[in-house]
Design a protein around this ligand. Sequence first.
Ligand SMILES: Nc1ncnc2c1ncn2[C@@H]1O[C@H](COP(=O)(O)OP(=O)(O)OP(=O)(O)O)[C@@H](O)[C@H]1O
Ligand SMILES: [Mg+2]
Length: 427
Amino acid sequence: MTDSQKKPEQASELPPPPSANDYIMAAPRISVQAFCESNDTAAAIRSASEDRRLGKAHVTVKMGGMAVALETYDNAPTPNVIVLESNGQSDLLTSLDELAAVCDPGTRAVVVGSENDDVPYRELVRRGVNDYVVGPIGPIDIVRSICSLFSASEAVAVGRIISVIGAKGGVGASTVAHNVAWAIARNLKLDSVVIDLDLAFGTAGLDYNQDPMQGIANAVFQPDRPDSAFIDRLLAKCTDHLSLLAAPATLERVYDFGAHAFDAIFDTLRLTTPCIVLDVPHQWTAWTRRALEGSDEILIVAEPDLANLRNAKNILSTLKAARPNDAPPMFCLNQVGLPKRPEIDRHSFAKTLESQPLAAIPFDSNLFGTAANNGQMVAEISANHRTSKMFLEMARKLTGHTQVRKPRGSLLAPIREVGRRLIKGRR
Ligand SMILES: Nc1ncnc2c1ncn2[C@@H]1O[C@H](COP(=O)(O)OP(=O)(O)OP(=O)(O)O)[C@@H](O)[C@H]1O
Ligand SMILES: [Mg+2]
């Protein structure tokens, strides 16, 4: 079913929260050759090759299965990964033995099996098969399989990237990004780094009350590939679990970047930091688009007016199309209920964007103004404020840490409960 065919009640469902187990690390620059038996498998692999996590991989797809693979490698070098679809008829193990004889050391093999295969997994492993997936397969199965071949053997990236962007300038995207990141670090205890990508005007340094520093500018303008130790030195520590890669917010130079300018910084941070929150400025450039497309989660912040609705819809549709195997971007409304302003209600937003907002944050000039001027987060001003709870809830949904741990009941809890009921009964 296409999105436009969804029933209205389905439109109001939230996308399923990401699960920590579902994280797939991007594959490095590798060559992958697939030999398929069926058109469906070939189509799934072609579609997988478009996935962001295989963006660096070079994938080719041929028909003919094992027979064509043997013919091909008889006199050609083997790639980093061979994907073979078995037809469930010919002797898979004998063919794998023949293939092993012509395979270069280091080549990894993924077999897409059929239900008719009657081969013990142990025998496949003995023949050097690195992964076995039973068809019919979808693009994400292939993405997961290929990426897992590399994540296990090399430095494992642990970090998820959450990007936050405004549907218009000044809607409060940075404020939301900083408060949500603070809640992720403080309440969910995930080590987090906020990267202020608004190099000229970013406010993360002000919001977290940090002295002006170069942070992200030093990282992006240095000619060598940054390593973890170098990035660590650029981080400003804001709280126990939260650090900041601040923007210089100076105007001596201009900040025009190529699409790939931040890739190495993000990749390096992912190796050490479980949660990276990108405060993406309201721009549509090669590098902002790439940062968004490469993120694990995307949050669009919108004010409840028509221009925001149009822009949010455009950002959402474009990113959805570019990331067919990912959950769609989420959105939240901010500055809702600004006195005397006619607004578009959340239901119209939900209908047009085909999902419910993560939150509808009320306009509160006193609360947000005080926080901004003091260099504090909203929860530092009032931890129990409704808005602080909204930020925590958003933090949970964006990280997939949706389960609230109930405090463990003490041994006396049932007795206290009986006592409470007795007292109530007497009143
Ligand atoms: N819910 C709110 N109620 C009142 N004021 C708010 C609210 N959210 C944000 N603000 C204020 O709005 C102003 C703009 O916020 P912010 O800088 O986060 O927006 P932005 O979308 O990141 O802007 P830019 O496009 O410049 O990056 C700030 O002064 C902030 O304190
Ligand atoms: Mg901003």
